[in-house]
Each structure stands twice: as C-alpha cells, then as structure tokens.
Write a protein that binds this ligand. Structure first.
Ligand code: FAD
Ligand code: 2HG
Ligand code: ZN
Length: 482
C-alpha cells in the first residue's frame, strides 16, 4: 500500500514455504490455515482501507497452546507475524505491512468464568466486546469500556491498544480495570499472569507491559477484567453550545455538579455532526437546525432514578440560565438514547464514507484543544473538511481531516505541524488509538529518547528476532532483527 512504500521489508525475515504451511496444518487443522484470496484480502486491509498488506497466510488458533506452537515455530524460522483481533484499529497496526503471517484471535472466544460477588470476568482474548457486554447485562453487570467498534473489536485487541472509549471518564483506563492476562511470547512461552485479585504487589506487574503494546511484545490469549454493576438509571442529554469556551465551562461544571454520576462527556463540533447527517442513513439532529457551533453529549449513570434525573435536570436548567447551553434535549426513552449515541459513535464511519481521512488522536490541555482544529482549518482552507470531536472529559481530541483522496501536498500541510503543535503543548500524539504503523517513527514527539531506548530494550528482551508486529510502535531505526 501507499503508506508502506516508505518502509523496507527487513531482509532477516524468511518467506513462507510449503513446509511451513504443512506444519501449520498439522497443528491447527486444514480449516484454520487460510490461504483463500478473498479472506486474505479482508485480513490484509485495515478498517479505513488505508493500510494494505500482502500476507499469504491467515492462521486461526483456538487455544493458547496453539498460539505458542505457532510463535515458537515462526521465531525459529524468522517468520514475521501480525496479531489481529477485530481489525478495527485506526493506526495501521492490525494488518501486515508486507507478507507477515496474520494470527487472528477470533476463534478463541470463550467466556471462562464470571465471579458475581466481585464482578470479575475471565475470558479468552477473541471475545467480541459487544458479546461480553450482552453476557454481563444478563448478570446485572457492564463492561468498564464501551466504544463505537463494539460489534467487531475483541477484548484482546482492546487490551492490546489500551482502548479508552466512551466510559473512560467514569471507569478509567484498562490499566486499572484489567486484573490479569495470559500472553504468549515470541519464543512460545506462555506467561500466566491471569490473576483475579484487586491487590497483588508481588514484584513487577508485567501485565501492564502488554496493555497498550499493540501486539509488539506478545499475543494476549486470556483476560481477567473487573466489571462494574449495572446501575438502574441512565440519562442522556444532547446539548448545543454556542462556542468552544462554553463546552469547556460546561465540562468544569459537570465534573463539579454531576461528579459521582457523570458517565460520559463527549463533544462534537458542527462539522462532525454535519458529517454524520450527510453520510449516514436515518440519522437526524434532535435539535432544531440553527446556528449551533458545538454539541455536547452528557450521560449520567446512577442508582436512584428520581434523584439522578432531578439532579441532571437541575444542572441543565442552571446551565441554560447561565448561558453555557443554548439548547438541549433529554432522551425520553431507550430509542432516543441510542439515537443520540448513534450521532456520536457514527462520526468515524461517516468520515470513512466521505472519502480519504487523515486521523489524529491527541491528548491536549482542554483549554488549548480547539485552537488546533481552528489553526488546521485555516491552513487547509477549501482543500479539506476539518472536524474536531472527542472525549472532552478525558482531554482527548479526535482531529480528522477529510479529503476526496489522499494527497501528499495536503499531508505536508498537516504533518509535522500537528505533531509539533501537540508536542509544544505537552500533549500526546496518541491518546487512545496507539502508534501502530502510522506513528511508529513519531514517538519522540511524546516520549524522551531515554524512555524510547528502554522500550526498545524490553522489545529486544521479549522478542529478540523482532518477529512480532514488525515496523509498528517503535521507531524503525531502533528495531533490531537477528
Ligand atoms: P485490532 O484492530 O485487530 O488490533 C489492534 C492492535 O492490537 C494491533 O496492533 C494488533 O496487532 C494488536 N492486537 C490485537 N489483538 C491482539 C492480541 N490478542 N494480542 C496482542 N496484540 C493484539 N479506540 C479507542 O480507544 N476508543 C474509541 O472510542 C474507539 N472507537 C472506535 C470506533 C470505531 C468505529 C472504530 C473502527 C475504532 C475505534 N477505536 C477506538 C479504535 C480501536 O483501537 C479499537 O476499536 C479496538 O481497541 C481495537 O480492537 P480490535 O480487536 O479490533 O484490534
Ligand atoms: C471515537 O471516539 C473513536 O469515535 C474514533 O476513537 C475516533 O475517528 C476518530 O478519530
Ligand atoms: Zn475515541
């Protein structure tokens, strides 16, 4: 693909031969060794259709011991691999760059146990997030994370990207909610770190290395995760604000006045909402069309229906009177609630339908965040549509630049400007999507040289031949291959 052309295939990696295929068939069975063109084409292409590899082999192990055998063999043969879950990643991390063997975790999709007393779920890495959510719903619990890709993304992929999502503001990071993991190293060693304890200070907590390492240190095969009880009262408001400062002030007020029940605080500029209205079927703006420049979605989750509703209503009333909100509507039923969420969760999909997209996922100080969107808009003028939205409650901006097709001149207007701007404001060039292929060489905008050097040493220790997800996460100059 066009993005990969700047990367060189590393000469230390072998190419697949007939003996390799026979070996994989022996350990996995014929039907889990996939060479079918169509299925390979899907697995070689990322969700945005921006990154395309040319792998000739897709493996579907059913258990950790099969993953172990695959990796041990690939390591001994110097065959590069790419771990793949639901393939919804947005930084080109989940697809091969060249001919890496794709190891898809989708067949490892069993729930192993659920401890109702402590809310601890143990499952295999290939469980789809939405399936876990439905399972838990029946038990009176919820997943501590939720995101637009829930119907396809897998818990192993979520853990490997340290996915944030729509509930982060309330339940926090997977570094806090994941209690344990099982992961397989490049040499086939199965690391059992599958604890189910809240507290365990016995030595280095190695599971954290795998959370957010994007398949570069091992393949996650099982996950143990803390799940919160499902609370009975959920309320959602879709609000309009006249300017960005009002969104920011509304956030400050919401944290203060709704604190314990605030479960989501998302913002969208007018351009993001227009993107959804123009490209997705059956979506409409719940607020009468007018001059609103910004929208905010607030969700509260609590245990007392009348108290929670009163609290939110009083907050909204005060915010209206104070001019922070210019219009708003409270969902009256579950259908309306999901219609509000559809607008917010639909932005990524709408952008994809609109054409080519340059996607930036940034952590920035909330006060400065929207200045970047405006500066980019000015830089690009008529040549692109610039949309800004995201998890305002977490200081996470999703800056997206939509153009009819990919164009190096436009890219040169955006990069390195966006990265330099982010670095200057001490932000992060990846708040939640990871570095993948897209930003492997950009890590220094957010991390010091010494820190990156230690990361490279850890990579070298756990994956000395560099077979796991090569060209991703760390700068190419630091990746060593034997
Ligand atoms: P994949 O895309 O298959 O893989 C992602 C990375 O993890 C790759 O580097 C891959 O090699 C590695 N990997 C996957 N499984 C394993 C494993 N078992 N062991 C080791 N490595 C593995 N992200 C957010 O953080 N917040 C959001 O709100 C959010 N919303 C999204 C909405 C949409 C519509 C889409 C398309 C994506 C969104 N994402 C979001 C991005 C994406 O990171 C998440 O969807 C998800 O965490 C990826 O899971 P996956 O199973 O699809 O992983
Ligand atoms: C979201 O929050 C996802 O909707 C996707 O993280 C963000 O499209 C994006 O930039
Ligand atoms: Zn997001």
């Amino acid at each position: 693909g066009s993005v990969a052309t700047k990367t060189q295939r590393h000469p230390s990696f072998s190419s697949l031969n007939a003996d390799d295929i026979s070996y994989f068939k022996e350990i996995l069975g014929e039907k889990n060794v996939i060479q079918d063109e169509e299925r390979l084409s899907t697995a070689n292409t990322d969700w945005m259709r921006k990154y395309k590899g040319s792998s000739k082999l897709l493996l579907q192990p059913r258990r950790a011991d099969e993953v172990s055998q695959i990796l041990k063999y690939c390591d001994s043969r110097c065959l590069a691999v790419v771990p793949q879950g639901g393939n919804t990643g947005l930084v080109g991390g989940s697809v091969p760059v060249f001919d890496e063997v794709i190891i898809n975790t989708g067949s490892m999709n069993n729930i192993i146990s659920f401890d109702k007393v402590n809310g601890i779920l143990v499952c295999e890495a290939g469980c789809i997030l939405e399936n876990l959510a439905s399972f838990l719903d029946n038990q009176g619990f919820i997943m501590p994370l939720d995101l637009g890709a829930k119907g396809s993304c897998q818990i192993g992929g979520n853990v490997s990207t340290n996915a944030g999502g729509l509930r982060f503001v309330h339940y926090g990071s997977l570094h806090g909610n994941v209690l344990g993991l099982e992961a397989v190293l490049a040499n086939g060693t199965v690391l059992d770190m599958l604890g189910t304890l809240r507290k365990d200070n016995t030595g280095y907590d190695l599971k954290h290395l795998f959370i957010g390492s994007e398949g570069s240190l091992g393949i996650v095969t099982k996950v143990s995760i803390l799940t919160p009880p499902k609370l009975s009262s959920v309320n959602i408001a879709f609000l309009a604000c006249k300017d960005y400062l009002s969104c920011q002030n509304l956030l400050m007020e919401a944290k203060r006045k709704l604190g314990e029940v605030l479960s989501a605080f998302e913002f969208l500029d007018k351009e993001s909402v227009d993107m959804v209205l123009n490209h997705l079927e059956g979506v409409r703006n719940p607020l009468p069309p007018s001059m609103h420049n910004f929208y905010v979605l607030i969700e509260t989750t609590g245990s007392d229906e009348s108290y929670d509703k009163e609290k939110l209503e009083a907050f909204l009333l005060r915010s209206m009177e104070g001019g922070l909100i210019s219009d708003g509507v409270l969902a009256q039923d579950i259908n309306q609630a999901s219609a509000f969420w559809r607008i917010r969760e639909g932005v990524a999909e709408a952008l994809m339908k609109a054409g080519a997209v340059y996607k930036y996922d940034l952590s920035l100080p909330v006060e400065k965040m929207y200045n970047l969107v405006e500066e980019i808009r000015t830089r690009l003028g008529q040549s692109a549509e610039v949309v800004g939205y995201g998890h305002l409650g977490d200081g996470n901006l999703h800056l997206n630049i939509s153009t009819p097709q990919y164009d190096d001149n436009i890219l040169a207007q955006i990069e390195p400007f966006v990265y330099e701007w982010t670095s200057k404001h001490r932000g992060s060039i990846s708040a939640e999507h990871g570095l993948g292929l897209m930003k492997a060489n950009k890590i220094y905008y957010s991390k010091s040289a010494e820190t990156v050097q230690v990361m490279a040493s850890i990579k070298k220790l756990l994956d000395p031949n560099g077979i796991l997800n090569p060209y991703k996460v760390l700068p190419h100059s630091l990746l060593s291959y034997n």
